[in-house]
Design a protein around this ligand. Structure first.
Ligand code: COA
Ligand code: MG
Length: 292
């Protein structure tokens, strides 16, 4: 499995690419990832203009270190092929494809991307929002190491609709852990769904903390007011960083040379904790580097 360079994706902010004001504002917002939406947030009449705006934004070079992703229209729509092509040739960091059903979709899209121009580095992100995608989580994720697929993005608004269920977060607990397990089994990143009530920071913090505990990398956002909460919750906390640094120092201490298990702060600490501690410190450093 190839190891990707780690980059923070705590806050992944959607915006309709038809909204030029939002695109402009995003240049100065502290979101780790910007998702220019061409799909559900854009009316059919505005699709072509939105695509043009997203491509202009990709080419502008005005978004600093933010990762730039384009959510294109689904494979069954008349816009899909051109959306995919334009996002790739304008060098989006990734295309996010909605309504993925199974592994065949991933192979088909990744092949088109390779054929467009193999030198383009654009990655493929999959929306996990259809019942079939949930049934196929493992076989979709398994394509990560073999295709351009790197990331799952949960879409619980659509999934609730497809299930004929109420949008009650409790329903999705088992799906969330299954999706994280599938993603991590094959080295993928995974981003939680949106929190629709953007005037409720406490609700957003609660959902973000739940997702963080389950292992998610970050949260999909719909409004600038949500960015700070996600950035705070998905960043390693000061106490955890201090603990990780103590573990790293203890393993580096010559007195512990060659040992696989030691005691740090009264707790059994193994090499796996050492690796985990190094990962946590690297994450904190990558977040600091974004701000520079
Ligand atoms: N990205 C960037 N900027 C945004 C934004 C977003 N997602 N949402 C709002 N803004 C900007 C507005 O343009 C406005 O900027 P201004 O001060 O320069 O005028 C400012 O933030 C305040 O916006 P506000 O008036 O509070 O919100 P609104 O009523 O204009 O818009 C929504 C509310 C929900 C329509 C809007 O936030 C939105 O379109 N969100 C994204 C929807 C989306 O992409 N959905 C698809 C994925 S589920
Ligand atoms: Mg959707």
């Amino acid at each position: 499995m190839t190891q990707m360079a780690f980059r923070p994706r705590r806050s992944c902010l959607y915006m309709p690419a038809s909204n030029s004001r939002a695109l402009e504002k995003a240049k100065s917002l502290p979101a780790d990832t910007i998702i220019f939406d061409l799909e559900d947030a854009v009316a059919p009449d505005a699709k072509a203009e939105a695509r043009g705006n997203a491509c202009a934004a990709l080419r502008s070079g005005d978004y600093g270190k933010r990762e730039l992703v384009v959510r294109i229209n689904g494979m069954e729509t008349p816009w899909f092929a051109e959306d995919l092509k334009q996002a790739c040739i304008n060098k989006a960091d990734a295309v996010l494809v909605p309504k993925i059903l199974g592994p065949d979709d991933i192979i088909q899209i990744s092949t088109v991307m390779d054929e467009l121009d193999p030198s383009i580095a654009t990655k493929l992100w999959a929306m996990i929002e259809m019942p079939l995608a949930i049934l196929n989580l493992g076989s979709i994720a398994a394509l990560g190491p073999k295709t351009r697929l790197t990331t799952f993005v949960m879409g619980f608004n659509d999934l609730a609709k497809e299930m004929h269920a109420e949008h009650d977060r409790a329903i999705f607990g088992p799906v969330m852990s299954q999706a994280v397990i599938a993603a991590r089994a094959y080295g993928l990143n995974i981003i939680d769904s949106v929190y629709n009530d953007f005037n409720d920071p406490d609700g957003l913090a609660r959902e973000s903390m739940e997702a963080d505990r389950l292992g998610f990398d970050g949260k999909s956002l719909i409004h600038p007011a949500q960015i700070d909460t996600a950035n705070r919750v998905f960043a390693p906390q000061a106490e955890a960083i201090a603990e990780a640094e103590a573990i790293i120092a203890a393993f580096k201490d010559p007195i512990n040379a060659g040992k696989g298990v030691i005691v740090v702060d009264g707790k059994m600490t193994e090499l796996l904790h050492y690796r985990q501690a190094k990962q946590l410190v690297a994450t904190a450093e990558a977040i600091d580097a974004l701000a520079k």
